[in-house]
Design a protein around this ligand. Structure first.
Ligand code: NAP
Length: 232
């Protein structure tokens, strides 16, 4: 699996409507001629007034062609719902290997996580530290577990994601933190404390897509709930 070694991966951005040109752009930027993993990142229908109709089945066929043309080894998706994933699995000739989604103790995303496990799709977690938008680092439960295991809160959050069976992509602009966030493989969070992180009651997405996708008067997404097919 690509995660087990240093893999080259990239993601089709949501305003890239066609797959091959977007992949070529990524290959060019990375100065590579092949990727281990390519993700379809939150494809969205064009805004009202744009000419093309969004064709997600067509997008997946183009993703599959990247594999058959040996431009990438694995393909995956981001930010789907269970409903969208099931539709994709119905038509897929090549299964998504990886699903990337927001996940941390403040948004455990259980339903989607279970759907991935059921279909043997590896989960990669983004925003494992809660992103820049919420302060999970100073959440009392996170701080308590960090004190108990004698590790930083950042490490506890990254370790929580790993211990949950996912891979994760924490981000930092500081080299010391980048190094620190990698030191999560030689120790574990005790079962009871792991469970306490899994029991934090207040659950909310940080990246809900409102700014990017919601048009309250027109188009398919009139609200954040529409984007996520009203799945909680
Ligand atoms: N597929 C998608 O739709 C999607 C959506 C969102 C994000 N992503 C990707 O996911 C990755 C991470 O997500 P993210 O940046 O939203 O959130 P994140 O990794 O959860 O959080 C980043 C924030 O945490 C801070 N931080 C990092 N390490 C820390 C530590 N050890 N202790 C305390 N604070 C720490 C960073 O500050 P400093 O920089 O100051 O260290 C930054 O403010 C990015 O590569 C992003 O591109 C993907």
């Amino acid at each position: 699996m690509w995660i087990q070694r240093l893999g080259m991966k990239s993601k089709k951005r949501c305003n890239d409507l066609r797959v091959l040109p977007a992949l070529m752009k990524s290959l060019n930027e990375l100065q590579q001629d092949y990727l281990d993993l390519y993700l379809d990142g939150a494809s969205r229908p064009p805004k009202v007034g744009e000419v093309l109709d969004f064709d997600w089945e067509g997008v997946w066929r183009e993703m599959e062609k990247l594999v058959t043309d040996k431009l990438v080894r694995d393909i995956g998706v981001c930010n789907f719902t269970v409903k969208k994933l099931n539709k994709l699995l119905d038509i897929a000739q090549i299964m998504p290997s990886v699903y990337q989604m927001e996940m941390h103790p403040g948004w455990r995303n259980e339903k989607m996580f279970e759907a991935c496990k059921k279909n043997s799709i590896h989960v990669t977690v983004y925003s494992p530290l809660g992103s820049r938008e919420i302060d999970l680092i100073h959440h009392p439960v996170v701080e308590r577990v960090a004190r108990k295991v004698n590790k930083s809160a950042g490490k506890v959050l990254v370790r929580w994601a790993i211990q949950r069976g996912t891979s994760t992509i924490p981000k930092s602009d500081h080299s010391e933190r980048i190094k620190e966030n990698l030191k999560v493989f030689s120790w574990g969070i005790p079962k009871h404390d792991f469970q306490a992180l899994c029991d934090i009651p207040d659950q909310a997405r940080v990246l809900d897509g409102e700014e990017l996708f919601v048009n309250k008067t027109d188009g398919p997404y009139r609200s954040v709930a529409d984007i996520w097919n009203h799945e909680v």
